[in-house]
Design a protein around this ligand. Sequence first.
Ligand SMILES: Nc1nc2c(ncn2[C@@H]2O[C@H](COP(=O)(O)OP(=O)(O)OP(=O)(O)O)[C@@H](O)[C@H]2O)c(=O)[nH]1
Ligand SMILES: [Mg+2]
Length: 428
Amino acid sequence: MAAPFVDTARITVKAGKGGNGAVSFHREKYVAAGGPDGGDGGKGGSVILEVNSHMSTLMDFRYKRKYVAANGMDGAGKRCSGKDGENLIIKVPRGTVVRDSETNEIICDMSERDKPFVLARGGNGGWGNKHFATPTRQVPNFAKAGLPGEEREVILELKLLADVGLVGFPNVGKSTLLSVVSKAQPKIANYHFTTLFPNLGVVYVEEGVSFVLADIPGIIEGASEGAGLGHDFLRHVDRCRLLIHVVDVSGSEGRDPVADFEAIQAELKEYSPELAARPMLVAGNKVDAAYDRTGLEALRAHVEQLGLPFFEISAAAQMGTRELMLAAARELEHLPPITVYEPTYVARPPQVDTSAPPQIHRADDGTWIVEGPWLERLMANVNFGDYESRNWFDRQLRQSGLFDRLEEMGIKDGDIVSLYNLEFEYQR
Ligand SMILES: Nc1nc2c(ncn2[C@@H]2O[C@H](COP(=O)(O)OP(=O)(O)OP(=O)(O)O)[C@@H](O)[C@H]2O)c(=O)[nH]1
Ligand SMILES: [Mg+2]
């Protein structure tokens, strides 16, 4: 499978514990009772979030879920303070929103923020006994322990996923286009619904000019009623500033480009009128195979009449693709970011028949791999950025009997379960 698309992750962060203060007394030859000289413990390291603008997904967080900063060192004699624990810096893509996993409250929004954010504060070091000598207590035989560091579980969600989104019927060459203009390697095949999860790629247009391009599953007529993969995954292009509508103009499948174009426009409108009205470029693809140019020219006339720019391309032969990307970059220059976080569309989860038993096998590394056609459909329709949608997904999984099956097979707490592009630790 191509690099999975991850727009949400759950991680635990733990700041370092403060070092303990020391109990120690000054010792020197011929000095009988030296005073207390126990040093303080060092401060525990904090866990700090920082934006890295080169990251565009939350992928890394699938593989590492626990982030622990270093503890402070204990104090020592001779008034030596313990060393502070080192801070742990976690890099997140710009646009990451951090929520508390229990209350779902937004802790911080790393969209506009260029300053680091302290997510979990390190515990203070304990005082050494040198602080506790008083005229009446000359031999303080105690010191303070370091304080624990903060620990919390948070959910990272990525918004502003891509600047430009590819939309169109299945099999028109959206993934091929992404693969030739970026380093992304989405799955490409000559059948419908090759792409099940969105793919992202960074398009470097010229020095200093780049944007993120998203390739999503194809949509078909009736998608708003749940046909094909439905249209819920359009949420992944909800926040794209620009859409590129890809149409197959080769006439190879006996399709009419103008009718195809209009059918997709209608589905976009059905999903969200706002999205349908987004700035759009239209790409007539597979011109290399368009032996009859009638459909192509009809589409060009139709699109230009609507006032939309039209591009003739062959993604496979890389013809016209650079011009298209340059035009996209030029458009983006004057399109403001879309910062509404809450999706304008509330997902209506489709009916998914989960009665067929899933296929389960155990990988060499112990991961439980779960596969099944209904699972694909669940995955394509869940929006992990949306609380309701996540709950719906959880419910469906539970009802499917998957967890009972896993328990029969001997799954233990802490084992990793992998469902397509989602991995989680099993907890009873
Ligand atoms: N002749 C020709 N074939 C192309 C071109 N671009 C893509 N194809 C072929 O069209 C088929 C579908 O390409 P994909 O890129 O997988 O299409 P898609 O739109 O991503 O399809 P879904 O993921 O199913 O929505 C593949 O067999 C490609 O090789 C092109 O410019 N010319
Ligand atoms: Mg595809």
